[in-house]
Design a binder for this molecule. Structure first.
Ligand code: TYD
Length: 200
């Protein structure tokens, strides 16, 4: 079982990621918790570059997919092969949303890279924390030093949100849309319902 968490910055997925991992562990599963960009030593090094160094959109996409390749080979595929659940904070949908939607980068190129790097591997379940960009921006304001993405204007996050919506529409069976605008408990109830629906 490969579960990913997605949504624009400020959508509030972090606490729920830990809670999902805890729930699966309590049910007796081995859980591997990870994130992207990152997840292995090499991919975490690439993450630092992607989040903090200026670069053009193709370089950014290539570094993200290079990290993803390492992450899949070193961590995700071995974990899935031994029957562990992999819970990952962001994956390829973020590339389609941020690089594709936000940056306006060629979706066809992203699809090619996705095919090369993933060899057909997709998450079994993607919890998509959907929240209007205006609300997410308000939650983020002043919270921490922004990275290259968090510095972007509201218009960028509108395009990212549209990128997520397009991906969810194209692959509806793996997506569970979570309305992330409510209180934490209300959001958690939706997350639990999505897990239960899949026998988790
Ligand atoms: P995030 O997990 O939100 O890190 P943090 O919570 O520590 O800020 O991800 C970092 C940023 O990377 C986020 O703004 C989204 C961006 N990102 C992409 O642009 N493309 C990708 O493929 C991924 C996985 C993330």
């Amino acid at each position: 079982m490969f579960i990913t968490f997605e949504g624009i910055d400020g959508a509030g997925k972090s606490t729920h990621i830990a809670a999902v991992a805890e729930r699966l562990r309590t049910a007796g599963r081995e859980v591997v918790l990870s994130r992207e960009p990152g997840g292995t030593e090499l991919a975490e090094t690439l993450r630092e570059l992607v989040l903090h160094r200026p670069m053009d959109a193709l370089t950014e996409a290539l570094l993200i997919f290079a990290g993803r390749r390492d992450h899949l080979r070193q961590l995700i595929e071995p974990a899935l092969a031994r029957g562990a659940a992999v819970v990952c904070d962001r994956f390829t949908d973020a590339t389609f949303a941020y690089q594709g939607g936000g940056r306006g980068f060629d979706l066809g190129v992203l699809e090619t890279l996705e095919g090369w790097v993933q060899q057909g591997r997709q998450p079994d379940l993607t919890l998509w924390f959907d929240l209007p960009p205006e609300i997410a921006a308000g939650r983020l304001a002043g919270a921490r030093v922004p990275d290259r993405f968090e510095q972007q204007p509201l218009e960028f996050f509108r395009r990212v949100a549209a990128g997520y919506a397009a991906r969810a529409q194209a692959q509806p069976s793996r997506f569970a849309r979570i309305d992330a605008s409510g209180e934490r408990d209300a959001v958690w109830r939706q997350v639990e319902a999505a897990l239960r629906e899949r026998g988790l």
